[in-house]
Design a protein around this ligand. Sequence first.
Ligand SMILES: [Zn+2]
Length: 613
Amino acid sequence: MMPFSVRTFRVRSLPLRPAGFPSQLLLWFFLLGWTPLLAVAQPTVDYRITISAPGDDEARIEMTIHNLDGRETLDVALPAWTPGSYEILNHAKHLFELTAQGPDGQPLLLRRRDKQTWRVRCAGQSTVILRYGLLCDRQSVDSNWLGPDYGQLAGAATLLYVPDGRHWPATLTFHLPQGWQAALPLPRRADQSYTAESYDALIDAPIAVGRLTRLDISVRNKPIAIVTTRPPKDPAGLQKAVTTIIETYADLMGGLPFEQYMFQYLPFADEDDERLEGLEHANGTLINYAPEDLLDQPQTKNWLVVTAHEFFHAWNVKRLRPREFADYTLDRELYTPQLWFAEGVTEYYAWRGLRRAGLISAADFDEAIRSTLTYLANNPAAGQVSLAEASIGTWLTGTSSFEDIPLDYYRKGFIVGLLLDIEIRTRTSNARGLDDLMRQLMRDFPPESQGYRHEDIIATASKLAGTDLESWFRRYVEGTDELPLETALNHMGMAMLAEPMTELDFGFELEATPAGLEIVEIDPDSPAGESDLEEGDLLRTVAGKPVRSEADFAAVLSTLQPQKAVKLTVLREKRPLTVTLTPEVITTLDVAVGPLPNPTPAQKALRVALRGE
Ligand SMILES: [Zn+2]
């Protein structure tokens, strides 16, 4: 998933006459021969985050705005979402006890304007202080969570902003329990405050707090911090994996685009949590992982992939960004058809970078392609929803669970990235590829630019390939044409085989419980769903054979005939019940991918370039 380089947000220009600036005064300045803008100091914002005790899941925030411009009212708001995680989370749900006061402590009138915006009657005061509490009980890379030993705060979920003052400079200080530290990738002053040139830059830094362990290294003369919640058992291995990843992408993209970078690895506190999530920021990433001992195995494939994916975002999406991100909305959805490029191509680079670095094997790379193709072959949405449409539709489902997304643009984007790489290489006898496209786009659309459009990717790729690729993009990115997988893989000296596998299914799930084998989930569009079976029934026999375990059930299922009705007996509230069902035939495609024997020199050259021997 995934904020923004200090420079990636367009800095809004100051209005010539700040709102509320009395025009008589303006005239007075003119009469005196002053330039009015010089007389107006820029407002600044200081935030202070207080966590009173370890284990307290509420944080207290104080926000002080200085040098206000004489306005009568001031709006403050909390973002609806966290940049990089394309889902409306309504962070204001967790905010409570908001108060406002003037510089001498007198309360100011405060009124809620909408679900996340409040209006303060500041009546021309130059300083306004806001105080509020936040419930921090959702451990996710885009949200706030405080535990007994450590915690994580997302700026967008934590810090109020002034909608017309996002360009005002800000500072952040912490008041933490004894023994706790804060770690975040922002410049720090001698007085221990962190500084940012704007609100957007401030919230583009993940905040880790607690009893933290910090490993400081230097790669290509840039300070790199690795923050963990306890000392890793293999600090040298962790340092080596991170250094190799950084060096690989610096080589690929031509240097490092930041002044400092921080990897935060914080485990999920819930032992049953099996997620592995990362969120990219301009100069760092927060990665939440499970299980806890994964920290001690930095060579694990999942660990490497999430680290490489988030790190490559330092280029793709944090600095090279779609045109729609030039005007960044925090109060509502920010739609772009380009998430296949921002996320899917990043996922392709995670695997390709790791292979290039020698951190994974060629077989690992092939397996990534195979499992992704298996997903696509068995997902009907792949033929119905385009990558461009899926990028926009993600706002309905969020990115937290791949399974909820009708078409996962990470996975199809990964394959389309690979196919584009093969297309450019095939057309240029392997002289140019996707690496050249990424570098050229970075040069043409630097962070201070307005960002790329879909047409810009097509034009740049076409120029590199020496042929017009517009119809290619129309078919596979904007459209839902079947991907030319076999031909493309053949160009890179690889073959794929998709074989249908059939099995019979009634449409329910089973769970072994002390009472017996319980039917726990019934698919409404299935033979079971259309029968008298109910969730909670205990399955006793199928086709006259007793079933006591899931293995028994699978064994009986394998002996049944399609289209032939069978009797099932169940116990419901201790009474036996017989139901007649006809199992349905489920067909899935099983995909195999591997290198071709005896490739031509051209096939071999491409294969070596993309996945090694
Ligand atoms: Zn991502």
